[in-house]
Design a protein around this ligand. Structure first.
Ligand SMILES: [Zn+2]
Length: 251
């Protein structure tokens, strides 16, 4: 199994990261280490060097957490184009940001990341919280290979996204959200990807505030119940799609 979106270099993983990765290695074939800002981008690059063929780096700019200098991150992406498997996460976030003037700024920056992903022929991992249709409108006519990460938009929009040959990534949120369960039922098996967005979205709530990449099996289990197929079938399809979309060279 492959987790296509985990923040392996987030602060709350720092103290025991190597143990976590060892445990990941027992259960997973690979993890895409996502990044949201410059310092995290540097860290995922060096983590991928330490675990070649297992940790795959993605460099992006989070619409709210990304910091003040998206250009610097774009330079980092260009310089490391051979090393990264995707551009992202990047996108729009109208959940944490309510100010329309700032939405405009977010769109301006996101369009640069769309162009960059297109130019480098890299998949674009999209953050679209409460701005799913706005993100879709911006990418729908681009040539970027789009992956909607942690998608929690409307069911009809999910269908639109799929019709454009884009991918939808289902997170461990499927355990708690009725809406995501509906989407997980609709997405064709050849378009489904799985992620945890670790260490966020912990399924354990207070017991352990951190989520872990191996929890994609919980998401797969839930999806298999909804679709009445085996968990293995879900995991296999998601793995095959991940390798295809991100061109992963698994060891
Ligand atoms: Zn993320």
């Amino acid at each position: 199994m492959i987790d296509i979106h985990a923040h392996m270099c987030w602060k709350s993983y720092e103290r025991d990261l190597d143990q976590i990765i060892e445990k990941c290695k027992q259960e997973l074939s690979g993890v895409i280490a996502s990044s949201a800002r410059y310092d995290e981008g540097l860290k995922v690059l060096s983590l991928a060097e330490k675990y070649p063929g297992f940790i795959f780096p993605s460099i992006g700019f989070h619409p709210v957490e990304g910091g003040k200098d998206p250009e610097r991150i774009m330079d980092l992406i260009r310089k490391n184009r051979e090393k990264i498997v995707s551009v992202g996460e990047a996108g729009l976030d109208y959940h944490w940001e309510k100010d329309p003037a700032k939405h405009e700024k977010q769109r301006e920056i996101f369009s640069k990341f769309i162009d960059l992903a297109e130019k480098l022929s890299k998949p674009l991992v999209i953050h679209s919280w409460d701005a799913e249709s706005e993100c879709y409108e911006m990418v729908k006519d681009s040539n970027a290979k789009c992956v909607f990460h942690c998608f929690s938009g409307k069911r009809d929009l999910a269908k639109e996204i799929i019709s454009r040959e884009f991918h939808i990534s289902i997170s461990t949120q499927v355990l708690f959200s009725k809406n995501i369960r509906k989407i997980a039922k609709d997405v064709p098996l050849d378009k489904i990807l799985l992620e945890t967005d670790s260490p966020f979205l912990s399924p354990y709530k207070d017991k352990d505030p951190r989520n872990y990449p191996w929890n994609i099996k919980l998401a797969a289990e839930k999806i298999s119940e909804i679709r009445r197929i085996s968990k293995e079938e879900v995991l296999e399809a998601a793995k095959r799609n991940a390798i295809g979309v991100f061109d992963l060279k698994i060891r």
